[in-house]
Design a protein around this ligand. Structure first.
Ligand SMILES: CC(C)(COP(=O)([O-])OP(=O)([O-])OC[C@H]1O[C@@H](n2cnc3c(N)ncnc32)[C@H](O)[C@@H]1OP(=O)([O-])[O-])[C@@H](O)C(=O)NCCC(=O)NCCSC(=O)C[C@@](C)(O)CC(=O)[O-]
Length: 304
């Protein structure tokens, strides 16, 4: 028996982004009750962190307009964190009213993506986030930070690792307890991931970083394996591989939670997920969307 690689973590936390990142780009309106059932199923499957919705402008992302209803109707497990994305004070106030356990602010390492996604420059976004963080702290809410386009931008192409490090550092200094590094358009490959993580790690310890890969070019699992080997132990993923960003044309879904769990099982890394219930949650939402999951593992298991 080959010994486990000592550099790999023994335990990984999965941040389930399916109900938010996964569904935000769906063009057909999905009713709140379907989203609620998805979140409840993910809770039952053992996910400890579920990004349940976002409080953004309904004109910009109509699919998330039902987030308050979803938060009101989910069956909460006190051990689970039900989180929401909040771009500004208005969003934060709505998230507080809805009872979100945690919030996330989301910036970008690309000037053009920042403008398209949240209608302001990177510097303006950091100023805005500062106010959000201050109010969240007053409410004892933990804040997660996202940096998008860490390995490429749909408008600008390559992004310098130093730029990613600069934005991540600013969010961390502001008070985000963890920074999730997003390959929004899924163009990254392992060496680029390494370079980017080394740059960010100059300012932020690995145990305060998470990775958020989209699988557009089929590189997500290779990138995750690279990140695990570098000491990352928090991974964002989306049940059934749902997802795509409305402001990143051609970007496909997040890496599927099912695929990540299968990888972790093969590496002997603990994750706390009930694989069978996770698969069923993925099949539930895939049936609702009337298409197969974007997950090789999910589809292979369903075909058995
Ligand atoms: C940031 C804004 C609001 C700026 O949008 P804006 O138009 O500049 O905002 P504004 O402050 O000028 O307000 C304009 C209108 O929006 C309303 N408004 C203003 N704020 C809110 C709010 N929070 N909730 C509800 N409504 C809001 C506000 O009330 C007003 O309404 P009106 O008077 O015209 O009727 C807009 O650009 C927006 O909502 N963007 C969100 C885009 C988004 O959600 N993108 C997807 C998430 S990011 C992502 O997926 C990437 C990630 C995180 O997963 C990681 C990765 O993969 O890289």
């Amino acid at each position: 028996m080959i010994k486990a690689n000592p550099r790999l973590p023994t335990q990984v936390k999965l941040v389930e982004v399916g109900p938010r990142d996964g569904l935000q780009n769906e063009s057909v309106a999905i009713d709140a009750s379907t989203k609620v059932e998805l979140v409840d199923r993910l809770t039952d499957a053992g996910l400890s962190y579920i990004e349940t919705g976002s409080f953004v402008s309904p004109k910009w992302v109509p699919q998330m307009a039902t987030s308050s209803d979803v938060f009101a109707q989910i069956r909460r497990n006190p051990k689970v964190t039900y989180a929401a994305l909040t771009p500004n004070l208005q969003g934060l106030q709505a998230a507080i009213a809805a009872g979100a356990d945690e919030v996330a602010i989301f910036g970008a390492a690309s000037q053009s993506f920042s403008q398209k996604n949240i209608n302001c420059s990177i510097d303006e976004s950091l100023e805005r986030f500062h106010d959000v963080v201050e109010l969240a702290k007053q409410h004892d809410l933990k804040i997660r930070g996202y940096v998008s386009c860490v390995l490429g931008c749909p408008y600008e192409g390559d992004i310098a690792p130093e730029k990613v490090a600069e934005v991540a550092r600013a969010l961390f200094a502001m008070g985000c307890y963890e920074i999730s590094l997003g390959d929004t358009i899924g163009v990254g490959t392992p060496h680029k991931v390494q370079e980017m993580l080394v740059a960010v790690n100059k300012y932020i310890p690995m145990d305060k970083l998470a990775v958020h890969f989209h699988d557009t070019y089929g590189q997500a699992l290779a990138n995750i394996y690279t990140a695990l080997n570098m000491g990352i132990s928090v991974i964002d993923s989306s049940v059934a591989g749902l997802g795509g960003c409305p402001y990143a044309k051609g970007a496909s879904g997040n890496v599927a939670t099912e695929d990540v769990v299968y990888l972790l099982d093969g590496l002997g890394i603990d994750h706390g997920i009930n694989f069978d219930l996770l698969l069923k949650a993925g099949w539930f939402i895939s049936d609702k969307l009337e298409r197969p999951a974007i997950s090789k593992v999910s589809n292979a298991m369903r075909a058995k």
